[in-house]
Design a protein around this ligand. Structure first.
Ligand SMILES: CC(C)(COP(=O)(O)OP(=O)(O)OC[C@H]1O[C@@H](n2cnc3c(N)ncnc32)[C@H](O)[C@@H]1OP(=O)(O)O)[C@@H](O)C(=O)NCCC(=O)NCCSC(=O)Cc1ccccc1
Length: 389
């Protein structure tokens, strides 16, 4: 399907009816987006892809050493199963769907993975808003592919959540009824084309910093989903960075537009990491279970430290007059985001909360015929297969 061509100096880009499918030259790349600049361009992920690869190797190792397998111990009493669960976590092995797990561990995972899946799906809206207005056909194709990747991430994550005994239908229903959350960041508007760049650089950047440690999460299906998602998010971050780089090296008006986007997205991106550690209700337990590997504040600091030099290369300013290197801490001091605003947005009172959820409800209603057709086809297919067997 499609044909291969060279776009922006990248060989082997597979194109089908004008839409970039994938870069064939990149062995692992299963995603839709592609790299649009040469090797002289600085990679903005701060080496995080290396960490993803290390986590992937650790997953393979865990599978080979195989401490997991508590499924075979289902007959044991609860105390033995609990000891085994603790041993698996302590040994940095993986809990798998059929293993015994405490009910609170299961619930925490369902809450976090579902919230994560909903974020990917709702997160398609702010950028989707710019697909028809992207400044060139090339930019449109890239953005279309990126937004499509987010849908794919949502699907991997719903599938991971389903291994915990909850159905995708139930999860979607909980989102639509406001009983489950999605990330605060997607309740902010995308006012200009530069916002698409800022989302890629800052929002995908924050997402990667948060998600790379999740590749080492103690629950196998979530950890495995995160490996692929992080690789794809790394592309997304680069495409956003490249948009901003182009704008900031363009006309004064384009540079001003890029700066304005950074000014508006910086603090909401810092808030994505959640409340400060002192106010985080779940962190302690989630870290003990090795679902979370770092606290909200640790990850936020890592993100700030990563962004400072990248902003310098972009020639843009992070909107924080108190941002400065602290020699003693070997980290940047920075101004905290407004956590009262975060709480207001989480509770439904952000600039776009109503619009986002209304749009999702409408899309769900309008997609009913597709779900019905798929279910009817599956039922027919089952009958056909049973008849043939
Ligand atoms: C770090 C945290 C978000 C929160 O830590 P926890 O230990 O779970 O909670 P903690 O005790 O600290 O907080 C107390 C309460 O506050 C809630 N809350 C906190 N922060 C937020 C917030 N920002 N927004 C909304 N709610 C928030 C939290 O749920 C809890 O409420 P609950 O008790 O449930 O009612 C964690 O769940 C996590 O790592 N999730 C996985 C990553 C993930 O979901 N990424 C998604 C974005 S990336 C993406 O989509 C990619 C993309 C890029 C571009 C375009 C499209 C897509």
């Amino acid at each position: 399907m499609g044909h291969n061509c060279k776009i922006d100096g990248v060989e082997g880009v597979q194109v089908f009816r004008g839409v970039v499918l994938q870069v064939l030259a990149w062995g692992w790349c299963g995603c839709n987006t592609y790299l649009v600049y040469g090797n002289d361009f600085p990679g903005p992920d701060g080496g995080l892809l290396g960490e993803v690869e290390a986590a992937e190797a650790a997953l393979r190792d865990a599978a080979e050493r195989g401490l997991a397998g508590a499924a075979g111990r289902q007959g044991a009493d609860e105390a033995t199963l609990r000891d085994y669960f603790t041993a698996v976590i302590e040994a940095d092995q993986k809990i798998e769907p059929r293993d015994w797990m405490p009910e609170a561990y299961r619930k925490t995972l369902i809450r976090q993975i579902a919230q994560h899946a909903h974020s990917e799906i709702i997160g398609m809206q702010p950028e989707g808003n710019w697909i028809t207005r992207a400044p060139s056909l090339k930019r449109k194709a890239i953005l279309l592919a990126k937004v499509q990747d987010e849908a794919g991430h949502g699907l991997y994550l719903y599938a991971a959540a389903e291994t915990l005994g909850v159905s995708r239908d139930e999860l979607v229903q909980m989102l639509l009824e406001g009983r489950q959350k999605y990330s605060s960041i997607f309740n902010y508007p995308t006012l200009t084309w530069a916002d698409v760049g800022a989302i890629g650089w800052l929002v995908d950047g924050a997402a990667i910093v948060n998600q790379v440690p999740l590749c080492r999460c103690s629950y196998g299906p979530y950890a495995r989903a995160m490996i692929r998602i992080c690789k794809e998010e790394s592309f997304h971050q680069r495409q956003g960075y490249e948009i901003l780089h182009t704008l900031s090296h363009g006309t004064p008006a384009q540079k001003a537009m890029a700066q304005d986007a950074i000014d508006r997205w910086w603090y909401p991106s810092l808030a994505m990491f959640g409340p400060p550690d002192t106010a985080s209700t779940h962190s302690e337990q989630s870290m003990a279970w090795k679902i979370k590997r770092f606290s909200n504040d640790e990850l936020r600091q890592r993100f700030v430290d990563m962004c400072v030099q990248q902003a310098e290369i972009l020639g843009l300013t992070l909107p924080d007059p108190d941002l400065r290197w602290n020699e003693q801490r070997q980290a940047y001091d920075y101004t905290q985001p407004d956590y009262d605003e975060l709480m207001r947005v989480i509770k439904g009172d952000g600039p776009c909360n109503r619009q986002r959820i209304e749009h999702r409800r409408r899309a769900h209603r309008e997609g009913a015929w597709v779900r019905e057709a798929a279910a009817a086809y599956a039922a027919k297919d089952r009958v056909r297969q049973e008849a043939a067997a």
